[in-house]
Every structure is written in C-alpha cells, then in structure tokens.
Design a protein. Structure first.
Lengths: 131, 554
C-alpha cells in the first residue's frame, strides 16, 4: 500500500513554524509521506499544492489569530475544486470558542496548545482508517 | 589548600555521599541544562580553577563586563520596564500605551501587525485576516501620528519590533517627532532591524539578504549622524530561542549575527567604534534559572572579547553588550494559566540577576490570546515587586563567585564558541543560513525538547504532570472583527487626501535611489511625509531588490 500523503501548511503571514515543523517531522517518523509548504502561503497556494501532490490530509497551522479567515478560505477553495473530501485538520493558538465555527467550515479537528505528537499521529492514522 | 579540598572531597564522597546513594539513588540518572551541560551534584573551588578574576570577571562597568555594563547597575537606576504591546488600530494601541505609562511603565515597546512587518498595506490580499491581530496596523504616517498621540516623545524611550521595513517605521517616528518640534537628537529608543534572525526563526523577511543588509547599514549611517541616542539595531536571540534552540545556541547564533552586522558596517565604511555603542541585544529568559543567568553573563564577556579580538575595538562603550530581555513565551501553558505567573516571576528574576537593561514580562493569558489589561498589569507588577521588594537589585551581580554560576558561565562561553566556529567554517552567517545549518540546528533542538516533554522526562506542571481534567479558561481578549474594515477605510481616506503627485514623485525617487548606492533614509523620510504607505514603499523596493525565498529545511 502506498504511504498516505499529508500536506502541512502555514497559511497567512505568521512566521512561527516551530509547531508545524515538529508535527511534520513526527508524522514523517510515523511513516507518512509529508510535504511541508514553508511559511507565508496563501490559501490558493496551499490548495494548489494539495492538488498537485494529491494529498490525503491537509494540516493547517496558524498562531496569529487569523485562523477563522484563513482556514475557512482553504475549505472554501477545496469545495470549489470538488475536493471537499480531502480532510483538513487545524492547529495553533485557537480559542475553544472558535472550534465549533471551524468545524462548520469543514475543519475536521482542531489541536490546541499542549496537544502531543502521539495524539496527533494517532488521530491521523484513525482518520485514514475511516476513509 | 586545593589539594586539601580535593582530598576532603574524596573522603566525603566515599564516606558520606556514596553511602547515601547506596541507600537512596538520585531522582534521575543524569541532570542536564537545556544546552545539554551535565550538572554535578555539588560544585567546588576546583571547578573554577581556570577562572582569572581580573581577566574573566573584572568590575561592573569595566571590560569584559561580565559583572554588568554600568558601574552602579540597579543601585543607580533600575532596569527599564517595557511591556511589548500593540493590537488593532493605532487608536486602541495608543490607549494601551497611555494606560501602561499611567501604571508606572518606563518605556514603550510597539508590536506591529504582520502586514506592517512584511511590508503590505491593510488592503493587500495577503493581509486578509491579519490586520491588527498580533500588533498594531500601521499603513501611513497618519496611523503613526495617532499611535503616539498625547505621548511626549522627548521623554519616553520607544522600542519598535520591526525588521524588514524598520527604516520606514523609523522615518515615520522621526516625522511625528519633527512635526511636534522634537528634534532627532533627543529621541531615544530602538528599532529591532535584525533581519538575519528573521531568516532563521521569525519569518518576517521581505528582501534577499544582500539588499536587506544594505537597508540596515543605511539606518546605521543615518542614526549615527542624526540620532545619537537611538539604538540602530537590537540583535535578537529571543526568537531563535522561541523557535526551539538551546541557551547555548541562542547565545552563539545571536553573537554570530552580531559579528555579521559589524562586518557589513565595516564594508559600508561606517566607524564601528562609534556604531558599536549604538548596538543593543535582545535575549530570552527561559526556565533553567542558573543557566539563564550564566547565559547573560557569558554574552557580555563574549561580545567584549569578539569586539576586541576580532575587530580591534577599544572604546569602552563599544565593548558593552547592553540588552533587553523578554520572558519565554514558549514556556507559557494554556492549561492552568495561573501557573504562568510563577514561571514569569522566575524568568524575570533570572534576567535581573543576569543584569538586563530592560525587561518585558509576559502575561499569564498569552498561550490563549492577546494579553488582557488585568493580566498585563500583573505582569508589570511582577517586575515592580522584584525591583522594589525583593532586595535583589541592591548589589551588583550577586551570584558572581558561585562555583556553579562561574562554571556554567565558562561552559556556555565554550559551547557557544564552538557553534560560532562551525558557522565560520561554513563561511559566515549568510552561508550558514543559505545551507540551512542554523535552521536545522534550531529544529533539531525543538524536536528533541518535544520528545522529552512527551516522554515525561521533562516535566511541564499542569500539562504532563499535575494536570486537571477541566481547565478554567481565562477571559479572552480579541481584536474587534471590524478592525480590518475600519483600517482599510482609514487607508483609503489617506490615499484620497494626500497630494497624489507628490506621493508618486517621492516613490519614484526611492526606486531611483535603491538602484544606486545612496543612503535610502532621506528619500524614505520624504516619502512618509508625503503619506506614502508602508506597502507602496516596499513594493517599489521589491521592484529593485526582488524578494527572499527560503531554503527547504524539512
């Protein structure tokens, strides 16, 4: 079976990618094929990369507080391209009260500060099992 | 005497220590600092045998400044209490600054939003969702006028966390002052202006390294000529540490960047004896208490040695490493946020015992959201209690002579020195960034720390130990969602109101000057006075300089 492919992406202008790089590294150690976009990507660039690489899951990281605008734009673009079945997961400094809205936008799961890589790897494995 | 101690130590080890260990082993097999230095159970005079008091420590205010940069340190004047703040519009941030000043804060520190930091106006597509979020949105001089309204610029010192477009924000600050009749000579403050760490840790770069360094040396030249009280750069280890480095790496990469700026200044024909006195540094105060204190002391000694040995600098002021400190944001936890007050207190105490010139203490709610007013007040009070109640500011460098502290200080100097040696071998900082060496080192340390935390080897109270099932949340401070719309409207109004021909001509002049080797500061000053925006000025420079593409690290 081919390795599952994951895109880890940093939308917006936020340069804090310590977390995104740790997640990418941990997922790679867990056997996934991981593509990391690097910082300062537009939602359009992220969706284009997801299409080009034909990824199974997109992981978005944002610490600047722009998650509602940026994550929402990514899921909207995916829908426009008939790719709404690509799972999108988010993480960052995201207040609990924003999570229901993000879920409505199509973000499957939101990881907040303190989440462990083990927890995240397990979640990704289960998510792929479901599909 | 030394032999006596060695012999007595062996006796003690055999008869006392080993007996206890046989009955009850230590908590861990090995104790280590963040930089991987093994910590011994007890330190002895022989651990600092190599230390030469006059050569390695000296006196406060005298080389190598290990004991502090001022002869009187906090007995003369306490450190500057400077809380980094800014969010939403200029009007909201101005209100917060006035509040902080009314609460006894002694210096301002401006946080800009990401569009401002990366050279985009608030109406740029890339600014969508980011306007006013992590700092204040500044598009034009009009916003800057509002930001400092009612604040006496001849009295306050202002630090601006701005890097790639530092030259523009500096010009705006000057223009505001000038319009109020305050002359550039009296202005005190700092622009961060440290692009090298943006490439490796913080990410708000715009242009490639060569033109970026030219913009920095342009500001050096300008400040030295016209702003004698202004720090032209704040060379920052803070963000390198936040990105995951160890204390030794923070020290090494920051000082290596420092030497790169000195070299660039020399190449630009700047008098470094004069410039070096206007350079400041910015460090992180992290959790490992003694290692942090040792780091600050080692930083001063190393910088003095670098300036003397590598650059032959002799003016005493130019040998001093003066620095700002901020407590470590990355140690704050979203779980049990009250615990953060205690973390911040210890980190702030380390900064003070390490001889900082100014200090920002983080607020307890910052792992969740922007700091609320009450949380900011408590953070400021923490500094005031350390300053006025604890007595730690009453004598200079009180931990000097401690076998442990002196041994750590020397070890850190050695480890950091070997990283600097690696960078030199690669051909200097620019090459080390291009090859990804520095970024990789930081990432590796960050990953190792994450693993230690997840294995439970590294305890984070309230997160991987002593956790509660339910965490009571803090009240959240949020930026008004209308901010972006309001800011874009202000920007459109400015564009409508200004003399558009004059603005266009000023921008043309910047583009022309950028293709020569002339100093850009004067053309930029004219442009900001013509109400040209941060985005417009950066766009013209993007035309000439191009933009930076980072190497792939992972």
């Amino acid at each position: 079976m081919a390795k599952a492919k994951i895109l880890i992406a940093k939308p917006g202008l936020d340069g804090h990618d310590r977390g995104a790089m740790i997640i990418a590294h941990a997922l790679r150690d867990a056997g996934f094929e991981v593509i990391y976009t690097g910082i300062r990507q537009t939602p359009e660039q992220i969706v284009a990369a997801a299409v080009e690489e034909d990824v199974d899951i997109i992981g978005l990281s944002c610490l600047s507080g722009a998650h509602l605008e940026l994550f929402g734009r990514v899921t909207e673009l995916l829908r426009q391209k008939d790719l709404a079945d690509t799972a999108v997961v988010g993480g960052g400094i995201i207040p609990e009260e924003d999570i229901p809205r993000l879920r409505e936008m199509g973000i499957k799961k939101v990881f907040t500060p303190g989440a462990s890589t083990t927890e995240i790897v397990t979640y990704f494995n289960n998510l792929l099992g479901e599909n | 005497m030394k032999e006596d101690i060695s012999k007595a130590y062996s006796d003690w080890e055999e008869k006392v220590l080993n007996k206890t260990l046989a009955k009850r082993p230590e908590r861990k097999e090995s104790f280590e600092t963040s930089s991987g230095m093994k910590v011994k159970s007890v330190y002895l005079p022989q651990d600092i045998e190599e230390l030469d008091y006059l050569r390695d420590l000296g006196f406060p205010g005298a080389p190598p400044f290990t004991r502090g940069v001022q002869p009187t340190m906090y007995r003369g004047r306490l450190w500057t209490m400077r809380q980094y703040a800014g969010f939403g519009t200029a009007e909201e941030s101005n209100k917060r600054y006035r509040y902080l000043i009314s609460q006894g804060q002694t210096g301002l520190s401006v946080a800009f939003d990401l569009p401002t930091q990366t050279g985009y106006d608030s109406d740029h597509p890339l600014a969508c969702g980011e306007v006013g979020k992590v700092g204040v949105a500044i598009d034009s001089l009009s916003d800057m006028e509002t930001l400092f309204s009612g604040i006496d610029l001849s009295k306050v010192s202002t630090s601006m966390t701005i890097n790639a477009p530092a030259f523009i924000l500096l010009a705006m600050y000057l223009a505001v002052a000038e319009a109020r009749g305050v002359s550039p000579e009296v202005l005190a403050g700092t622009i961060q202006n440290d692009i090298l760490k943006e490439y490796v840790a913080r990410g708000t770069y715009i242009f490639p390294p060569v033109p970026s360094m030219r913009l920095i040396t342009d500001t050096f030249g300008f400040c030295m000529e016209r702003m004698p009280r202004w720090n032209a750069i704040s060379i920052s280890g803070y963000h390198i540490r936040e990105a995951g480095s160890t204390a030794a790496q923070e020290l090494a990469f920051t000082l290596a960047n420092g030497t790169a700026y000195i070299r660039a200044a020399l190449e630009a024909g700047i008098d470094i004896e004069k410039l070096a006195g206007r350079i400041s540094f910015f460090f992180n105060a992290h959790n490992n208490f003694f290692e942090e204190i040792a780091k600050f002391r080692a930083a001063r000694r190393m910088w003095t040695r670098i300036m003397v040995e590598q650059f032959g600098v002799s003016t005493p002021r130019a040998l001093k490493l003066r620095f700002h400190t901020q407590t470590a944001g990355c140690t704050l936890t979203a779980q049990q946020p009250e615990n953060n007050v205690v973390r911040v207190t210890l980190q702030a105490l380390a900064a003070v015992l390490g001889g900082t010139q100014s200090l920002h203490t983080n607020s307890k709610d910052e792992a969740l959201c922007l700091p609320g007013e009450e949380a900011v007040r408590l953070a400021l009070r923490t500094q005031q209690i350390i300053a006025h109640e604890s007595g730690v500011a009453d004598t200079i460098d009180p931990l000097a002579g401690s076998f442990f502290i002196e041994s750590l200080t020397s070890s850190l100097e050695e480890i950091a020195g070997s990283y600097i040696g690696e960078i030199e071998k690669l051909g200097g900082v620019a090459k080390a960034i291009e090859s990804g060496y520095i970024q990789n080192q930081i990432h590796r340390s960050a990953y190792a720390q994450q693993k230690e935390m997840e294995s439970g080897e590294k305890v984070i109270v309230g997160v991987n130990r002593f956790a509660d099932a339910e965490t009571a949340g803090c009240p959240l401070t949020r930026v008004d969602p209308q901010t972006e719309k309001a800011q874009v409207k202000r920007l459109c109004d400015v564009r409508k109101r200004r003399d558009s021909k004059g603005a266009e001509a000023a921008l043309d002049e910047i583009e022309r000057c950028a293709s020569t080797d002339g100093n850009l500061m004067d053309p930029v000053l004219r442009a900001v006075k013509a109400y040209c925006t941060v985005g417009e000025i950066c766009d013209r420079l993007r035309n000439v300089f191009g933009t930076y593409t980072p190497p792939a690290i992972l």
